[in-house]
Design a protein around this ligand. Structure first.
Ligand SMILES: [Zn+2]
Ligand SMILES: [Zn+2]
Length: 254
């Protein structure tokens, strides 16, 4: 059975407090696989516990740039190191830089990003990159630590030139529900990604795809983004599913 992979969601969010189990079961009902991301130690631990309970859920552990100000490596390093060695932990993430929201100082974001890049290298894990208006700084950080591993630029918001750059560096590019929005410039960017480097995600509970825009998002809605992009690429849906499943498996080593 080939199905949709939601390569990025946040099942630990409070938005699912009342019906987390049902949300996870709806993804199971479509034979979907979801990766839930930690943004700090607590959500990384919670993500692990969800992955332990459900065979179709995997997780990532990491410190999100928004959390950089209140996270100190001395405290999180031992716990994250244990999580990164867990068999259902598929990547270090989410990590990166965010100049769009002002939740943490950029110096702290950069320090934590560089530190976790070194960890990803040491633990031989791919990385999940969060980028808001920080493409050049992120590329500089990757160069600074001579990062030669792989990973994904999640919820991609760059242009075609950035696609070219990150694909040349061996990365995958993932699109969330906002690629389905009317007159989104992202569609043209998505169509420029080589098919063997393309991934999709929900980034749930945010960014629900059309026709469910502005509702609470959940992993099973990844099917809407998948169908939409299959059509736009002009590829038969099951063929498209097969390709994305292969990409997800290749990157995250399921
Ligand atoms: Zn993100
Ligand atoms: Zn995220």
């Amino acid at each position: 059975m080939i199905t949709w992979y939601d390569t990025h969601c946040h099942l630990t969010e409070n938005a699912y407090q009342k019906d987390r189990y049902e949300v996870i079961q709806r993804m199971k009902a479509i034979h979907g696989v979801a990766i839930t991301l930690g943004v700090d130690v607590a959500t990384s631990e919670h993500s692990k516990s969800l992955a332990l309970l459900h065979s179709h859920i995997y997780f990532c552990a990491g410190i999100h740039p928004h959390e950089a100000d209140r996270c100190n490596a001395k405290n999180y390093q031992p716990q994250l190191e244990t999580l990164w060695q867990h068999p259902k932990c598929v990547a270090v993430g989410e990590i990166g830089l965010d100049n769009f929201r002002d939740y943490s100082k950029i110096e702290n974001q950069a320090w934590n990003f560089l530190f976790q890049l070194e960890c990803a290298k040491a633990f031989h894990k791919p990385i999940v990159i969060h980028n808001r208006n920080a493409s050049d700084q992120i590329l500089k950080c990757l160069d600074q630590v001579r990062y030669s591993g792989t990973g994904v630029w999640h919820c991609f918001s760059g242009d075609k030139a950035l696609v070219e750059e990150v694909v040349a560096r061996g990365f995958y590019v993932s699109f969330a529900g906002n690629v389905t929005y009317e007159s989104s410039p992202l569609l043209e960017v998505a169509l420029s990604v080589p098919l063997d480097r393309l991934l999709i995600e929900t980034d749930a509970p945010w960014l629900a795809p059309n026709p469910l825009r502005k509702t609470r998002n959940e992993p099973s809605y990844v099917a809407y983004t998948g169908s939409f992009l299959a059509q736009q690429f002009g590829i038969e849906e099951t063929e498209f599913q097969k390709q994305l499943a292969k990409n997800s498996q290749q990157l995250f080593q399921f």
